[in-house]
Design a protein around this ligand. Structure first.
Ligand SMILES: [Zn+2]
Length: 116
């Protein structure tokens, strides 16, 4: 599920993950929408499977890096946290990052312990 809403965040103006939804800004460039959706969906998966992704990964930079590693595995070509040409650059995906991203992609889009 996703929605289109204004996003008031200078650092991430085009997309966010909120209340189980991928949110895309109406200002997001059309050619980036699929890449933004894949990145934000990775954040939803992180939240579904780790109570506190930031604590689990040891900081927000790792949260973003792994979201982009997964986004790339899903076909994104815009992955700013992996791109040394962009100011958002954090680093490259290491084998453990790919393994975590694959786990998130393979896990169901809900929490097993939240089933009725
Ligand atoms: Zn992100």
């Amino acid at each position: 599920m996703w929605s289109i809403e204004e996003i008031d965040d200078d650092r991430n103006p085009f997309g966010k993950a909120k209340d189980g939804l991928v949110v895309i800004s109406p200002q997001a460039p059309c050619e980036m929408v699929a890449d933004i959706a894949r990145h934000e969906w990775m954040h939803l998966q992180q939240r579904r499977h780790h109570d506190s992704p930031k604590a689990y990964y040891g900081g927000q930079e790792r949260v973003e890096l792994i979201a982009d590693c997964g986004s790339m595995l899903l076909g994104s070509t815009v992955t700013p946290y992996l791109d040394p040409e962009r100011h958002a650059y954090i680093g490259q995906c290491q084998p453990g990052d790919y393994a975590e991203a694959r786990r998130l992609i393979d896990w169901p889009g809900w929490r097993a312990d939240a089933q009725p």
